[in-house]
Design a protein around this ligand. Structure first.
Ligand code: KG4
Ligand code: ZN
Length: 334
């Protein structure tokens, strides 16, 4: 007997739903991205995000069920939704949809922590993964260094004190006039640039396990204002190298502390080609394995919600239907 979970994700700017069996096997995964909607504003506009979720949620859920070969929601065993952290209005759309399905079918509802879901995305690609793991979650909203000691046991070792890593990429790209989201453009430009051209600061590299990217962003802005003729490819490569240097250094220190033989990346910035290369190199140099999930599992998706719900359900059972959304929810740390 397998347990099929419908997972719904609407915490930010992707409307997503997926069906996953036993927390590991993806039967379907549908993601409707709102990137184009928000691009002209240079970032996510919360009210527009909520409205777009309302418009797309039914279709996305139906497609996920159909792709999984399920005629309707009665063919799954659990309905799950991300209940935080995220934008309140956006979260409400997914949670309300999940609860409505649970009420009308009598299926259990499980509310899922978005950050825990980024950790569990790893099991979708690597079902035999065993903790302890050192995990770096780097997205537009989060920069989190976690020692996953066991299922449900997390030690948050570090987080950003200001901008998230992806936010720094986006803000630098916006300043350079490169559009939104900035990470992929900087990644592409950097591939043709010289990463040693500008010696940008490595904020907090040797101080503990927290991160700070706001000063680095300001350093880039000041440098470009003072050197308007500097090749943008060199600026992009040098900025990216500074971010990646700090991220990789701290991930390895976290793995040392956690005695973790595996390094794992999650979140949209995990798509960064230089970060992936450097994490792979660091793993090889320290006798570890690097687990670099494919991009569709790194960025927000419903499959990671469904997977996490399965593990949560095994431990804690269903979530009460009167539980609301939790926009500032943190990863429970031991
Ligand atoms: O996880 P995600 O899709 O959404 C959340 O923020 O939750 O991450 C989006 C972030 C954006 O800041 C984007 O610029 C960044 O991931 N990103 C990248 C790359 N691709 C996406 N940053 C650096 N290099 C990339 N190749
Ligand atoms: Zn996310």
């Amino acid at each position: 007997m397998t347990t099929k979970v419908l997972g719904i994700e609407t915490s930010c700017d992707e409307t997503a739903a997926a069906v996953v069996e036993d927390g590991r096997r993806v039967r379907s995964s549908v993601v409707a991205s709102q990137v184009d909607l928000h691009a002209r504003f240079g970032g996510v506009v919360p009210e527009l995000a909520s409205r777009a979720h309302v418009e797309h949620i039914d279709t996305v859920i139906s497609e996920a069920l159909l792709e999984a070969g399920a005629l309707d929601v009665g063919a799954v065993d659990i309905v799950a939704a991300c209940h935080g952290p995220g934008l309140a209005g956006a979260l409400l759309v997914g949670v309300s949809a999940a609860k409505a399905l649970a009420v009308t079918t009598g299926l259990p509802y499980v509310g899922v922590n978005h950050l825990e879901a980024h950790l569990y995305a790893a099991w979708l690609e690597e079902p035999d993964l065993e903790p302890p793991l050192a995990v770096l979650i780097v997205s537009g909203g989060h920069t989190l260094l976690v020692a996953m000691e066991d299922h449900g046991r997390y030690r948050v070792l570090g987080q950003t004190v200001d901008d998230a890593a992806g936010e720094a990429f986006d803000k630098v790209a916006r300043f350079l006039g490169l559009g939104y989201p900035g990470g992929p453009v900087i990644d592409r430009l950097a591939a043709e640039g010289d990463a040693t051209a500008v010696e940008f600061p490595r904020p907090m590299r040797d101080e503990g396990l927290d991160f700070s990217f706001s000063g680095l962003k300001t350093a880039v802005v000041n440098h470009v204002r003072r050197n308007p003729d500097e090749d943008l490819r060199d600026v992009a490569a040098s900025f990216q190298e500074a971010v990646v240097d700090v991220l990789v250094r701290k991930l390895v220190t976290a793995a040392d502390l956690a005695r973790a033989p595996v390094l794992v990346l999650g979140g949209g910035v995990a798509a960064n080609s230089r970060l992936r290369d450097r994490v792979a190199q660091a793993a090889a140099a320290t006798g570890r394995r690097a687990f670099l999930p494919p991009l569709e599992l790194c960025t927000d998706n419903g499959a990671m919600i469904a997977a996490t719900a399965w593990w949560r359900w095994e431990r804690d059972g269903a979530t009460r239907l009167d539980a609301g959304v939790a926009p500032t929810l943190a990863l429970p740390s031991i």
